[in-house]
Design a protein around this ligand. Structure first.
Ligand SMILES: *Cc1c(COP(=O)(O)O)cnc(C)c1O
Length: 366
């Protein structure tokens, strides 16, 4: 049996008819950018997150940059961020000229260790940027409390966690401002580049909408130095269709995760805190025999991935920050032992049980 890590083609084919109908409608109108399809998508995604405002932007990285810019975070400021995230989270901080203060995750939940945050706060700290890694909400209630107490902004990187929640509140609504990505491989994937920002703060929303569109307050009136970080209307249209059907996707991913957890023994999973939920963008397992297991599964036609093999502090791009290679032992440990099993919502149960069988064969020779 051959099992792809994620079959994007099979996934999107399920939406073909809907896409085609929308496309016909789309080409018969004279939409340029930021028109009716965008406001319609923004309404939908703000309701999905239980927030008042949403802005569609060009991708997840630009969304993160706009979150920081709208809060006037820049040179001279420090931002606390997880040591074990996808590099985009770090890059956004670098691009606004602020200083990255990495903090380690918990070894079991793989999300930010809130107990370490206060040790890293200085007079220059402005924000904590939290990534809800692998689709699982971090303990945002605890982190939010620490931010309130220390007068810091909480910024959410929800690129992997659309719809996940902590204490019943969606990840997209915990931060003063929150970013997400609709990269095609994400849980809600566009047909190309896209991202969004959610907030309950009207001033931040106005600022983000201005910054994404050349700093314009009205046509040909530029209030500040902005960007062109707009999302295409066609992506907005497709995303709206996917959001309508998203709960089914999450339900199936949760079902697959449950089958894995019930049938794999002696393996470390990402610990899910009691009041948090996951939308399983990724299903990580941790094992000291990661490379051997990956090869074994590959030989049986099963494709797996590693998220991520090199943590940001070890990347050449960040050599100038002069972190020691062993500065973040937990991030290093995760990079050395993490393996992502396929959790494609359109996998059949037969495929899931085949993967389980081959993993058990690796450990127990069954
Ligand atoms: C994918 C991702 C991003 C960046 O999103 P793009 O749309 O690719 O720019 C940011 N943060 C995390 C955690 C991600 O997984």
């Amino acid at each position: 049996m051959n099992i792809k890590y994620f079959d994007l083609n099979r996934f999107n084919l399920n939406y073909l008819e809907l896409f085609q109908n929308s496309l016909t409608e789309f080409v018969s109108k004279d939409y340029m950018v930021l028109g009716e399809p965008m406001t319609s998508f923004e309404r939908k995604y703000s309701i999905f997150n239980d927030v008042d405002y949403c802005s569609g932007v060009s991708n997840g990285l630009t969304a993160l940059i706009l979150c920081l810019k709208s809060l006037d975070i820049g040179p001279g400021d420090e931002v606390i961020v997880s040591s074990n995230t996808y590099i985009a989270t770090w890059l956004s901080i670098t691009h606004v000229g602020a200083k990255i203060i990495p903090v380690e995750p918990f070894e079991d939940s793989l999300n930010l260790n809130f107990e370490l945050i206060e040790n890293h706060i200085s007079k220059k700290t402005k924000a904590v940027m939290v990534v809800n890694l692998y689709g699982q909400s971090a303990e945002l209630d605890k982190i939010s409390e620490i931010c309130l107490k220390n007068d810091l902004f909480l910024i959410g990187d929800n690129a992997q966690s659309q719809g996940a929640s902590c204490a019943g509140k969606k990840t997209g609504s915990w931060g003063i401002i929150n970013a997400t990505s609709f990269y095609p491989g994400k849980n809600i994937g566009a047909l190309g580049e896209a991202g969004a920002i959610t907030t309950n703060d009207i001033d931040l929303d106005i600022r983000v909408k201005r910054l994404r569109n050349y700093g314009l307050s009205e046509k040909y009136v530029n209030d500040e130095i902005g960007f062109n970080y707009r999302m295409d209307n066609i992506q907005a249209k497709f995303l709206e269709l996917k959001i309508n059907n998203y709960q089914t996707i999450v339900n199936r991913k949760r079902e697959i995760a449950k089958i894995y957890k019930n049938n794999l023994t002696g393996i470390s999973f990402q610990r899910l805190p009691d009041n948090c939920t996951s939308v399983y963008h990724i299903f990580p397992i941790l094992t000291s025999q990661r490379n051997e297991l990956q090869k074994h599964l590959y030989n049986f036609g099963i494709e797996t991935m590693i998220h991520y093999p090199i943590p940001p502090h070890k990347q050449k791009a960040y050599a100038s920050l002069c972190f020691q290679k062993d500065s973040f032992p937990i991030a290093n440990h995760i990079a050395d032992s993490e393996l992502s099993l396929p959790i494609d919502p359109f996998m059949t149960n037969e495929e899931v049980y085949y993967i389980i069988e081959k993993i058990n064969k690796f450990y127990y020779g069954l």
